[in-house]
Design a protein around this ligand. Structure first.
Ligand code: HPA
Ligand code: ZN
Length: 344
């Protein structure tokens, strides 16, 4: 392990762009298939990994959603989240706001209560056994109808106290943010914080980013680095202190590159850019690995990584007191390692 690797893994950080369904490692997939009596086409980990041949978001999603059929019972959802939380803790994660996709499960007959009940058990256990604060963000699948999203929001209301915010994921092509303007307005009125995916290099990326900022008025933006195409929008995002949850390793699977220039360029301008793993089981990197991958690609210093960790708490939806405590832990970690803090 180089010093940078140890430093990056130990650095206290929040993860803000993590799909729980994207943490399904092949080993757990086999175990759940066996437990639920489900026949899988692939028989070995290598055979599963051979299907991870993505060229863009659509081809990734075509592998991603069918894999979820092994998730059936509340225990399955608990086991999935618990496996992720243990790995995250080992890479310095002390706070995580995790996406889940209920429609990918209710759409095939799994009760909403089992999905959220299983995930919630892992959240409570993480706090108690790992000292991680964990929260859930419920995402709508944007390639389904606005009506289905609305029905899902209604189904979630009895569990409101377990859900911190609402997000939007899946295939952006042909499914712009305004399709969900009404349901997001209702979610806001119900008291949820809001975020939306603005995926990399989509047709109309910059228009979608503008809509998300001006009309939907999200509290954060997932990916969103195509904002560099419009410097006035970048200035607006910086003025608002808007958080960006970027995912460089994920970018390198669904586009030609990590988009390191865009990510680091935004960082240097003072945007609240954060680093995240997205779907670590599919892209082979958890969040600490992601810090290292970008550091190597863009020749970042330890101080840059500290800035990303600071941003992760500043862009989080923690209460002010908890945020301040985690920021103090970052400063303490940097001091103990003799690493300079970024200029304020
Ligand atoms: N974008 C859209 N949908 C997704 C993603 C993503 O990054 N990850 C999992 N579902
Ligand atoms: Zn994502």
């Amino acid at each position: 392990m180089t010093d940078l690797t140890a430093f990056a893994h130990g650095l206290p950080k929040a993860e803000l762009h993590l799909h729980l369904e994207g943490t399904l490692e092949p080993d757990l997939k086999f175990a759940l298939a066996e437990r639920n009596g489900i026949e899988l086409a692939e028989k070995t980990v290598d055979e599963v990994k051979a299907t991870y041949d993505f060229t863009d978001l659509t081809s990734f999603l075509a592998v991603y959603y069918p894999a979820m059929r092994v998730l059936v019972t509340a225990d399955d959802f608990h086991d999935l989240a618990w496996a992720y939380l243990q790995k995250a803790a080992a890479q310095g994660v002390v706070h995580v706001e995790m996406f889940f996709d209920p429609q990918a499960h209710t759409g095939r007959g799994v009760p909403f209560a089992d999905v959220i009940g299983g995930y919630r058990r892992a959240v409570v256990r993480a706090e108690r056994e790992l000292g991680i604060s964990a929260e859930l963000i419920m995402c709508f699948l944007r390639d389904y109808s606005a009506e289905f999203a609305f029905a899902t929001l209604m189904e979630a209301l009895p569990y409101k106290q377990w859900i911190l915010g609402i997000g939007l994921d899946s295939d952006e092509r042909g499914n712009p943010p305004e399709k969900f303007a009404e349901v997001f307005a209702r979610a806001r009125a119900e008291g949820f914080l809001l975020t939306m995916h603005c995926d990399i290099d989509q047709p109309g990326s910059i228009d979608n980013i503008r809509t998300v900022l001006d009309e939907i008025q999200v509290d954060r933006i997932d990916h969103g680095t195509n904002i560099v195409e419009d410097p006035a929008l970048v200035a607006l995002a910086i003025e608002r202190g808007l958080g960006f949850t970027t995912c460089p390793v994920s970018n390198s699977f669904v586009t030609e590159q990590m988009k390191a220039d865009e990510i680091v360029g935004l960082l240097r301008q003072g945007a609240k850019v954060t680093l995240n793993s997205d779907d670590p089981a599919y892209f082979g990197a958890y969040v600490g690995d992601t810090y290292i991958a970008l550091a190597e690609q863009a020749e970042l210093t330890e101080t840059d990584l500290v800035q990303f960790a600071i941003n992760s708490f500043e862009a989080s939806w923690l209460t002010p007191a908890r945020r301040a405590a985690y920021l103090a832990a970052v400063a303490d970690y940097a001091a103990r390692h003799g690493v300079a803090m970024p200029a304020a």
